[in-house]
Design a protein around this ligand. Structure first.
Ligand SMILES: Cc1cc2nc3c(=O)[nH]c(=O)nc-3n(C[C@H](O)[C@H](O)[C@H](O)COP(=O)(O)OP(=O)(O)OC[C@H]3O[C@@H](n4cnc5c(N)ncnc54)[C@H](O)[C@@H]3O)c2cc1C
Length: 382
């Protein structure tokens, strides 16, 4: 079945982004994996080429087109090129952080931040998780006490994607620690603010080219002008933006599964055992058939959700369904891919081996599978 989602301009954008990856990321990906971080100059190159802030108004240096299909193309090509760790920095910047800067900012904030976000001079991150809380966000303990025209921020965050490269960190804080959801606000912490320190770039099982860091805040004075939206409305803003974040993760999950399938199919055609290609064993054919089928099912749902998001109709429940199902699909497919590659599947130099390690986190970050099922389940009135 031909996907009916894309038009000619998306195909051109895809070809151009693929060339960008082939030139700027693929040849250096091993270096980024070794360093545990992508060279931040890649953000600037991506910005120059028009791959950041596609939906930001042109007046601020963006593409001026509100169409998540472009984001989808980027996520898919990153997976096909097997540069997941590095690519996550770009998808997080575009798909997950950017909406906070376009939807919640006043004119001054837009003028301060959007041009740099689109050019790649300002790399973004979002910091919700703390050492003691992840799923239960309302229990966070990072505080922001008002002091004149500043907030004084104290606390810490962990597991923050782009944590080393980020210049602007959307930070969830408690402006009223007595309250749970209603006490949360969002502040933008900037590189270089006194008392804002980075901790370790955390050593992970996969996604090695992605910087995932700890952040520490000690009496950081953050101007009130760095608050996004209203005080006390932080949780509502997070809930509003999470469907796009979750769809982004779901879409890359299906794309990762598709990439794993393609590598496995090619391997099954070429690798011989007992005098025949391993793909000709009935078990291999069945497994490949299962992979191919499930990917098409997942893709159809993701494509519908993308159109729903573009139309402003994607619900939190639909995004949660897409996130848990597509990332579980990714896990199943990549696991079969490793099995069919035999011992080579376990080698880091094979894309399927890396994809296996990279895949495990997608069922956890952006809200775990269990939390996604809670969101869907609660909506069923049970
Ligand atoms: C590589 C990586 C990148 C990340 N990037 C970011 C980032 O950029 N910004 C950010 O803020 N965070 C980020 N995170 C954090 C991530 O979102 C959290 O790890 C995730 O939300 C889970 O929180 P937790 O680790 O505290 O687990 P917990 O909340 O402690 O959960 C532990 C287990 O308990 C289960 N559980 C918890 N509550 C319930 C419940 N009510 N019902 C059923 N089961 C439940 C969970 O599903 C899970 O299986 C990242 C994490 C990693 C590893």
């Amino acid at each position: 079945m031909r996907r009916t989602l894309f038009e000619e301009e998306h195909d051109l954008f895809r070809a151009s982004f693929r060339r960008f990856l082939d030139k700027e990321v693929v040849p250096r990906n091993d270096e980024f994996e070794r360093d545990g971080v992508m060279d931040r100059s890649v953000f600037a190159r991506a910005g120059e080429a028009g791959f950041l802030g596609m939906d930001v108004d042109e007046a601020y240096g963006g593409g001026g087109v509100r169409d998540f299909r472009y984001n989808l193309v980027i996520g898919e090509e990153v997976q096909a090129a097997a540069v997941n760790g590095a690519g996550l920095g770009i998808t997080l910047h575009n798909d997950i952080c950017l909406p906070y800067f376009t939807r919640l900012t006043d004119d001054d904030q837009k003028a301060r931040w959007l041009p740099g976000i689109c050019s790649g001079e300002l790399v973004t991150a979002i910091a919700m998780t703390e050492p003691a809380i992840g799923s239960d966000l309302a229990s966070m303990t990072t505080t922001a006490r008002r002091d004149g025209d500043h907030y004084v921020v104290n606390g810490s965050k962990t597991f923050i994607t782009n944590g080393i490269n980020a210049d602007l960190v959307i930070t969830a804080v408690k402006t009223d620690p007595e309250q749970r959801h209603a006490g949360m606000s969002l502040l933008v912490l900037e590189r270089g603010m006194d008392g804002f320190e980075r901790g370790r770039n955390l050593a992970k099982v996969g996604l090695h080219a992605q910087d995932t860091a700890e952040l520490f805040f000690t009496d950081v004075r953050v101007p009130v002008a760095n608050r996004l939206g209203d005080e006390g409305a932080g949780f509502r803003y997070l809930v509003t933006n999470l469907p796009q974040e979750r769809l982004s993760i779901a879409a890359t999950g299906v794309a990762a599964a598709r990439a794993a399938f393609e590598w496995t199919l090619a391997y099954c055609r070429e690798r011989q055992a007992f005098g025949q290609p391993i793909g000709s064993f009935q078990n291999s054919r069945f497994r490949l058939a299962e992979m191919a089928t499930e990917i098409e099912v997942g893709q159809s749902f993701v494509d519908r959700c993308v159109l729903g998001l573009n139309a402003g109709e994607l619900t939190a429940e639909e995004a949660a369904m897409a996130k848990w199902w597509c990332t579980e699909l990714q896990g199943r497919v990549v696991d079969i891919g490793v099995q069919l590659h035999g011992g080579y599947g376990y080698m880091a130099e094979y894309p399927i081996g890396r994809a296996y390690a990279d895949a495990r986190i997608t069922r956890i970050y952006g809200g775990t599978t269990e939390i996604m099922k809670e969101i869907v389940g609660r909506s069923l009135g049970v």
